[in-house]
Design a binder for this molecule. Structure first.
Ligand code: HEM
Length: 136
């Protein structure tokens, strides 16, 4: 599977979970886990979808195992961070080191992405844009 299709699929799963969490908070009128909901949606939906768009525009990078590894690392970090942040806000402060560790996992995944963005031009050049020619 390419990095972009993995990103899009996981992003959709994350936003479904994030929306369910939001509905749960609203229905119960208990917003304690709001920071976990916000992180899940912004890391898991918004950022992952943006990675997917970037990868899809760069076919050689999209096929690479390193890009797939970046998506997997980001997603694992997001799941663990979300659970740990929720636990902390529910009073389980023992989850603090897990949140700290997962934040470094996510940072590592962002550094991988930064490497792709700053790599030599042949890797970062986007695919040629499709031009539409009007019918005569
Ligand atoms: C069914 C969809 C959703 C529901 C029912 C929902 C519900 C909620 C609720 C109840 C809060 C707590 C508000 C508060 O305590 O002040 C909240 C906060 C938040 N939500 Fe959602 N949400 C949904 C989708 C999303 C999505 C898709 C995103 C991001 C792309 C998002 C991002 C946020 C953020 C960033 C906050 C924190 C806002 C703040 O700091 O005041 N939510 N949401």
């Amino acid at each position: 599977m390419t990095a972009s299709s993995l990103s899009f699929r996981l992003a959709v799963l994350f936003v479904i979970a994030g929306m369910a969490m939001g509905i749960g908070m609203a229905a119960s009128q208990n917003h304690a886990i709001m920071p976990a909901h916000a992180h899940l949606n912004l890391l898991g939906w918004v950022s992952l979808f943006l990675f997917g768009i970037y990868y899809e525009r760069r076919p050689s990078l999209d096929q690479s195992r390193l890009a797939v590894a970046q998506v997997v690392l980001w997603s694992v970090g997001t799941v663990v961070l979300t659970i740990a942040v929720a636990a902390i806000h529910l009073g389980y402060t023992a989850a603090d080191p897990i949140a700290a560790l997962s934040s470094f996992v996510i940072l590592a995944a962002m550094l991988m992405f930064a490497y792709f963005v700053f790599r030599p031009a042949r890797y970062i050049a986007p695919a040629p844009a499709v031009h539409m020619t009007p019918a005569e």
